[in-house]
Design a protein around this ligand. Structure first.
Ligand code: BDR
Ligand code: CA
Length: 308
């Protein structure tokens, strides 16, 4: 079993990633940390607690991140048009019985890395703020983490927030610049691969037929996401499994082909949030360049909607 921490801005595809991870026996989820992006931090925390309850995984502790960027700016507006007013495509879940933990997200990251030296993978599916704060407070942790698998960036393709920038990097480019330069091992799962892995509308019907609380919730939530894209005439025929692919890479890295590169983040001007990569065998991260789409999507679908 691989020990992991998930760092999320739950978020529709974050919710799919959480369900996939909870249902994967290869992963031991030690905790979930939250941040802003698709939603505010408190909404991401609320959504995460409610979802873990639905998944029968309330035992997994949830830790609240900081409500501002690494350089102290207010977060950008949440993306209600794609993730809904509540972050879950307006699909409803019962209130959570469990509370968020008292410890801050970055302190949890630091203490858990020390408890599992060289035996922990951090999967980030949101901005890099929690990880950046953890490394800033305790730089030693960069030598104790097995890998950081991050959904973020677009090295060979256009961005999705601006023509240059992918959303998770755009939300806090200074944090990403800091973690990318920190020396922590990283695997970048960017739009280069995630835009190839799509959930099709027909899957929603399959889920509704299963007729469980989870299957209806997933179908309602993903329908909102698909409608949002369709309304804007996207040529994506379905919704992209961005965050689930990062979990997939943690379970089985053979889903993707990677290349070692030097990647840096632009923090100013119209290219703000762009991830610029150069081939370099001694570079700072492995970058996913291609994905075995069918094998990954089948694997994801075989797990995400299991009964708890
Ligand atoms: C990423 O941005 C967020 O909106 C999604 O949850 C995903 O993590 C895709 O660019
Ligand atoms: Ca996300």
């Amino acid at each position: 079993m691989k020990n992991i921490i998930l760092d999320v801005d739950t978020g529709i595809d974050d919710a799919l990633a959480l369900a996939y991870a909870v249902h994967s026996p290869e992963l031991n989820i030690l905790g979930v940390t939250t941040t802003f992006g698709n939603t505010s931090v408190s909404e991401a925390t609320r959504n995460t607690l409610q979802l873990l309850q639905l998944l029968g995984a309330e035992n997994i502790p949830v830790f609240h991140g900081v409500e501002e960027t690494f350089t102290g700016r207010k977060p950008a507006e949440k993306t209600t048009w794609i993730h809904g007013e509540n972050g879950l495509g307006n699909a409803q879940l019962p209130p959570a019985r469990k509370q968020v933990e008292n410890m801050k997200a970055h302190d949890f990251l630091i203490s858990t890395v020390h408890s599992y030296p060289n035996d922990i993978t951090i999967i980030t599916t949101a901005n890099q703020g929690n990880l950046a704060r953890a490394i800033q407070k305790d730089p030693e942790i960069v030598h104790l983490v097995e890998d950081v698998i991050l959904m973020g960036g677009a090295v060979t393709v256009q961005g999705n927030t601006t023509p240059y920038a992918e959303a998770n990097i755009y939300h806090d480019p200074e944090a990403a610049k800091f973690t990318f330069q920190s020396g922590i091992p990283m695997t970048l799962v960017g739009l280069d691969v995630t835009l190839k892995t799509l959930l099709k509308r027909s899957t929603l019907d399959d889920w509704r037929k299963k007729d469980t609380l989870l299957s209806h919730f997933l179908a309602n939530m993903c329908e909102f996401y698909m409608d949002a894209y369709a309304e804007r005439n996207s040529n994506l025929n379905g919704c992209a499994l961005h965050d689930p692919l990062a979990v997939g890479v943690a379970i089985d890295s053979s889903f993707v082909k990677m290349k070692t590169m030097s990647v840096h983040v632009i923090t100013e001007g119209k290219e703000k949030g762009q991830t610029v990569g150069k081939d370099n065998e001694d570079g700072n991260m492995k970058v996913c360049m291609d994905v075995d789409v069918q094998r990954f999507v089948d694997h994801f679908l075989s797990r995400v909607c299991l009964d708890s």
